[in-house]
Design a protein around this ligand. Structure first.
Ligand SMILES: [Zn+2]
Ligand SMILES: [Zn+2]
Length: 251
């Protein structure tokens, strides 16, 4: 294991002399990190002490945000580590990391991002029997070369010692959710997933990189619940701030 990790670092150094992945700040000899301390401190973490079912922090007086209060429960709980910015912003550290990982093909970021997942998902760990991930349409996965959600799920499974299963497959080549207005996302993703060869268990955690409206996680959860899974949880690195949060804060 030691030999393996030193080999990986040697290869990484060859292609990426040690510097911060976001601001390019050079690291000293022997320093092993992807982020400098300054960038790490800039990550907008989500306060986890009192969150809604959908994962957003709530004022103490509320148990549900207005959106969840009006909608049927599909997932028991979603948790996310930090906030995500959909617009290009080179200073938004967590969004830049996720974009480098997902679109830049920087798979070496998976262990760092999985540590963020593990941190935010800690309350879900004792409730999780198996871990799965949001699948990609096979053509898209072939184009990208990997499924970022699967890499994250597998890293998290290693950290937690929890089995990771391919519970779902994507059977519809949908428009990228990020390209659509929020209202259109639920319709776009409807019927996109079906059960893979999978033996239902009591509880499962679905991993994804970013949660925007929760439409993708809900659609995955719906298929799993129909197959007999009793409790479904969701865990993402980041989530997009939305108007329902402001409304929850106003309430
Ligand atoms: Zn930096
Ligand atoms: Zn909510």
């Amino acid at each position: 294991m030691r030999l393996l990790s030193s080999t990986i670092y040697a290869v990484l150094d060859l292609f990426y002399p040690p510097h911060c992945a976001v601001c390019d700040h050079p690291f000293g000899d022997g320093q092993r990190a992807f982020l400098c301390d300054e960038c790490d401190a800039k990550i907008e973490r989500i306060e986890q002490s009192h969150v809604c079912r959908c994962g957003i922090p709530l004022p103490d007086v509320l148990d549900l945000c207005p959106t969840c209060a009006q909608s049927e429960r599909v997932l028991e709980q979603i948790r996310s580590f930090g906030w995500y910015e959909e617009r290009e912003d080179p200073h938004h550290v967590l969004s830049v990391l996720i974009k480098i990982f997902k679109y830049g093909g920087e798979r070496a970021l998976a262990p760092l991002l999985a540590r963020y997942l593990a941190e935010a998902g800690e309350p879900l760990r004792p409730l999780t029997e198996q871990i799965t991930f949001v699948p990609m349409y096979y053509k898209k996965e072939r184009e990208r070369g990997f499924n970022q959600a699967e890499l994250l799920a597998r890293e998290l499974g290693r950290l937690w010692g929890t089995p990771v299963v391919r519970a779902l497959e994507k059977v519809k080549d949908t428009e990228p959710q990020a390209s659509l207005p929020h209202e259109a996302r639920r319709e776009n993703i409807r019927g996109a997933f079906r059960l893979a060869k999978f033996t239902p268990c009591a509880s499962i955690l679905i991993v994804d990189d970013v949660c925007t409206t929760g439409a993708t996680l809900s659609e995955c959860a719906r298929v799993l619940i129909e197959s007999g899974v009793e409790r479904v949880y969701g865990l993402t690195i980041a989530r997009v701030a939305q108007t329902n949060i402001e409304r929850a804060e106003d309430a």
